[in-house]
Design a protein around this ligand. Structure first.
Ligand code: ADP
Length: 351
């Protein structure tokens, strides 16, 4: 998609209505001057990072579960180059806001499976195109309309990455490994994609009970203990919320929340899991989700911050890690490995 160089205001009337605020700026409503159709407009400063975001989002656009891009403009305001992205207007709001607002009518396990299936189909589309989203979290899942049958779509490609582009050559070792696994053990492509699978696991867990799997008790910020829990994969399926949840759902969560990215299942394997492939046959058991989401409203922003912090740590992928070649390393474990020993674990490689 070529970027238009003439002013966006020639084609769209920009409204003052703010649809949302993100880390990169505002998303406002706009209206096509010819059709009067409403759209969402995201304004980004024209940087290399913003270009990557827009290019990957355009590439992924057109899938039924990905927010579509209609037009992109490159305009300059007071000498500052900006990219203006005209997207479909997602009037239905965020995923969990909708579940929370359901009131008396209980949300069921079958509905949760339907939602996870929608998210998986978006991620499968991306992974097939060698794109890792890397910022898959509840705020980036929006409903088209307020109707009960509205589609759920994924947006915000601000951290998306093409996973098949060339990486630094040669056998390198990380001086610092943020999460789970040394990147030299795992190809960067699998590492980047595995982050999206972890996110699906967390979102699926919240959908089934209304609270996250890893949560520092009652609104405290991410503590070292919390990080340790995530790192060692410590979570439980507490009673009463999980008592009636199917074994198939728990089995899939265990496979998605594996701490070692190499052991975590891929999106294809997730789609083949019976809880997803037969999502219409999942038991229609009422869940505690809506009432727990309502009770824990105040903790929601803390939960979002925690998920964001974890995703940020996971994104510190191989290319962002200060690397040194094996030849320069005086790490004892690596020395052993060079002599043919076993691969060091991530935490050992950090020594
Ligand atoms: P950032 O990359 O700055 O985090 P996002 O793309 O996530 O920005 O957008 C910020 C917020 O704006 C979202 O959380 C959402 O509430 C709202 N928003 C984003 N895109 C749309 C859209 N297409 N339609 C309606 N609201 C949107």
């Amino acid at each position: 998609m070529a970027f238009h160089e003439y002013p966006v205001t020639q084609d769209y009337r920009i409204s003052r209505r703010v649809l949302g605020v993100g880390i990169n700026g505002k998303v406002v409503e706009c209206e096509n001057r010819v059709t009067s159709e409403k759209y969402a407009l995201k304004v980004l400063r024209d940087t290399e990072k913003a270009r990557r975001e827009v290019e990957l989002h355009v590439m992924a656009s057109g899938h039924p579960h990905i927010v579509s891009i209609h037009d992109v403009y490159k305009n300059s305001y007071n000498g500052v180059d900006c990219l203006l992205v005209v997207m479909e207007n997602m009037k239905g709001g965020e995923l969990f806001a909708r579940i929370q607002e359901r009131g008396q009518k209980a949300f069921t396990e079958r509905e949760a499976a339907g939602i996870v299936n929608e998210i998986c189909s978006a991620v499968a589309h991306l992974h097939r195109m060698s794109i890792a989203h890397r910022d898959l979290k509840p705020e980036n899942l929006l409903y088209c309309t307020t109707s009960g049958t509205a589609a759920l779509k994924l947006t915000d490609f601000g951290f998306a990455k093409k996973t098949d582009e060339s990486e630094p050559q040669g056998l390198k070792t990380a001086c610092f490994t943020p999460y789970y696994c040394a990147p030299e053990v795992l190809g960067t492509e699998k590492y980047d994609k595995s982050c999206d699978l972890w996110s699906i696991g967390v979102i699926m867990y919240i959908l089934l009970c209304g609270y996250p799997p890893f949560y520092s008790q009652h609104g405290q910020p991410m503590s070292p203990g919390m990080k340790a829990k995530i790192k060692s994969g410590q979570y439980t399926f507490p009673s009463p919320e999980w008592d009636c949840v199917s074994e198939a759902a728990k089995d899939l969560i265990r496979k998605l929340l594996r701490t070692e990215p190499t052991e975590r299942i891929t999106i294809e394997q997730t789609m083949e899991h019976k809880w997803i492939s037969h999502y219409r046959k999942v038991p229609d058991t009422p869940l505690f989700t809506s009432s727990n989401l309502c009770d824990q409203k105040e903790q929601w922003t803390d939960m979002q911050d925690e998920m964001e912090a974890t995703l940020a740590s996971m994104r510190v992928g191989p290319e962002n890690i200060q690397i040194k070649s094996l030849g320069d390393s005086n790490n004892k474990l690596l020395a052993k490995r060079r002599k043919g020993g076993a691969s060091p674990r991530a935490d050992e490689a950090m020594d």
